[in-house]
Design a protein around this ligand. Structure first.
Ligand code: PEP
Ligand code: MG
Length: 562
């Protein structure tokens, strides 16, 4: 038995035979071409075929359609093919020129600081591999016909791989590369398949057909487990599968506490690509649409009003209940190539989110116009991130008013009455919550940031992670103050940070009077289940007790015994 460790990105336990997937690399001959025109024609044919394939995948792609929409957008951006043509003009053959241009772009993405942007390198890598396989005739269809239930082990799984793979037979996934925001992680989470990425020893330390046991929460991979481990893991797998089946019933169940308080469970989404998975998980509303992903998917230029309008309209049409669209939240750990920000000493305390939007009103106005117009197709709400002052809220509302006036003057249809709310994710906003609530249509507490700003503990710094916790008394008080101010002013209060799906803290949130729980898609059923099991009255008493405690230890002990 050999134990390897990676990052668990989709929880669950699985024991099965390994299917080691090794992608055949296309052979690129680096020969000088005498006839550039012929090479360009060859490239154009392959390129058109690839666009055709990607279009088909985006039309039939279900959960992953938007990934392929993004691929199509990359291919249709004229600068890419022009770059390849330029290299052909300098004497390279079609495959060599395409390989070089697309590898350079993939390397560019891979070198960026932002995790999401780094994951976009995989998109470019995927398109490069596909284009080269068309140009050189290499092909690989191993994933389409898996030999029964297997744990898929690979260096990397690209979107086009996950698209064709026979998911009914995939009991687990282990990759050498990847991160929590790689496509393979997102797809595994959406399908509730246990998955582990960043497992350095893969695929070399397992062989095809070898028994493998994985734990998608802890990131453990047991290659050829001993009998005792295999039996223990198989029992856990059974429990996991049983629970996954049980949770399916929550798809159509409303979340109502045991004493009859109705609470909303909403999905956090990154764009239209998540619609199907969110609906399948039983989310009828969206509490956080992180629009920055739309901007990140368009590396060369900011998405224009029409592109944004289309994306927001798709989401508006898809959900019965309201969809909260968060305006551009860039900066901090999220960078855009199309909007470079100067290097900062403290990016999380720097030029980010609403601060950028109020400085670059042209960008903000374009987004607001697109959201207001898309509001005609459903119930959209605008949410402003990183608010620290009342002035910011007022200034943002002036821009929103300007957008309304422009659209009116142009005779364009738009939602004239769209609610505008804020994220409460800074201590400054909590301190001014009463005043902010008077001018906001709703609050949504962003615990991911509120925790770091309250505890002065960077959300990505492992060495001080013990401070970055929702169970810290100051964080609990911040949350309660924000909810109380919302209640006092008669506006709804939601939470869209990860804490909203934390089973231990949920009773405290219910007790404080939180109305909406917006959680990642995979957590929707379990959050509903938890809410249905708690009593609002007992939770109120619990919250009161917790707010009087001094230490995290005491908080945890009270929560564990609840
Ligand atoms: C938050 O800060 O809690 C939040 C939801 O926003 P993000 O994680 O995108 O910063
Ligand atoms: Mg935030």
């Amino acid at each position: 038995m050999k134990l390897c460790r990676g990052i668990g990105v989709s929880p669950g336990v699985s024991v099965a035979k390994a299917f080691v997937y090794r992608k055949k690399a296309a052979d690129v001959e680096q020969t000088v071409s005498e006839n550039a025109e012929k090479e360009k024609e060859k490239l154009q044919r392959a390129y058109d075929e690839l666009i055709g394939r990607v279009t088909e995948l985006s039309e039939n792609g279900g959960d992953s359609a938007e990934i392929f929409d993004a691929h199509k957008m990359i291919l249709e951006d004229p600068s890419l093919i022009e770059d390849i043509f330029g290299r052909i003009d300098s004497g390279k053959n079609a495959a060599w020129a395409a390989d070089e241009a697309m590898s350079e772009l993939a390397e560019f993405f891979a070198a960026l600081d932002d995790e999401y942007m780094r994951a976009r390198a995989a998109d470019m890598e995927d398109l490069r591999a596909q284009l080269l396989s068309i140009l050189t005739g290499a092909c690989d269809s191993a994933l389409e016909k898996l030999p029964g239930k297997v744990i898929l082990v690979a260096e990397d799984l690209l979107p086009s791989d996950t698209m064709v793979m026979d998911t009914r037979n995939v009991a687990g996934i282990v990759c050498k590369n990847g991160s929590a925001t790689s496509h393979v992680s997102i797809i595994a989470k959406n399908l509730s398949i246990p998955a582990i990425v960043a497992c350095a020893e893969m695929p070399d330390c397992v062989e095809n057909g070898m028994t493998v046991a994985i734990n998608g929460a802890s990131g453990e991979v047991f290659a050829s487990p001993d009998e005792e481990t295999a039996i223990k893991m198989a029992e856990e797998e059974e429990k996991f599968l049983h629970r996954r089946e049980l949770l399916k019933k929550y798809k159509d169940i409303e979340s109502v506490t045991s004493d009859g308080v109705s609470l909303a469970v909403e999905a956090n989404i990154g764009g239209p690509q998540d619609i199907e998975a969110a609906l399948n998980a039983g989310a009828k509303r969206v509490g956080l649409f992180r629009t920055e992903f739309l901007y990140m998917a368009s590396p060369d230029r900011l998405p224009d009003e029409e592109t944004q309008f289309e994306a927001y309209s798709k989401v508006a049409k898809a959900f019965e209940g309201p969809v909260i669209v968060r305006t551009l939240d860039i900066g901090g750990d999220k960078q855009l190539k199309s909007l470079p920000i100067e290097r900062e000493g403290n990016p999380f305390l720097g030029y980010r989110a609403i601060r950028i939007c109020l400085h670059r009103k042209d960008i903000f106005l374009t987004q607001i116009r697109a959201i207001l117009r898309a509001g005609v197709f459903g119930k959209l709400k605008i949410m402003l991130p990183m608010i620290t002052t009342v002035e910011e809220l007022r200034e943002a509302k002036t821009v929103i008013e300007q957008a309304r006036e422009e659209l009116s003057a142009e005779g364009k249809a738009f939602d004239t009455d769209m609610p505008v709310g804020i994220m409460v994710e800074t201590p400054a906003a909590v301190m001014m919550a009463d005043e902010l609530a008077k001018e906001s249509a709703f609050f949504s507490i962003g615990t991911n940031d509120l925790m770091q700003y309250t505890m002065c503990a960077d959300r990505g710094n492992a060495s001080i992670a013990y401070l970055y916790s929702v169970y810290r008394p100051p964080v609990l008080r911040m949350i309660n103050n924000a909810i109380s101010a919302a209640k006092k002013n008669g506006i709804p209060c939601g939470m869209c940070g990860e804490a909203a799906s934390d089973r231990l803290i949920i009773p405290f949130l219910v007790g404080c009077g939180l109305d909406e729980f917006s959680v990642n898609i995979g957590a929707v059923p379990a959050t509903k289940e938890k809410l249905c099991s708690v009593s609002a009255e007992r939770s109120r008493a619990l919250s009161k007790r917790l707010l009087g405690l001094e230490t995290m230890e005491a908080v945890l002990s009270e929560l564990r015994s609840f």
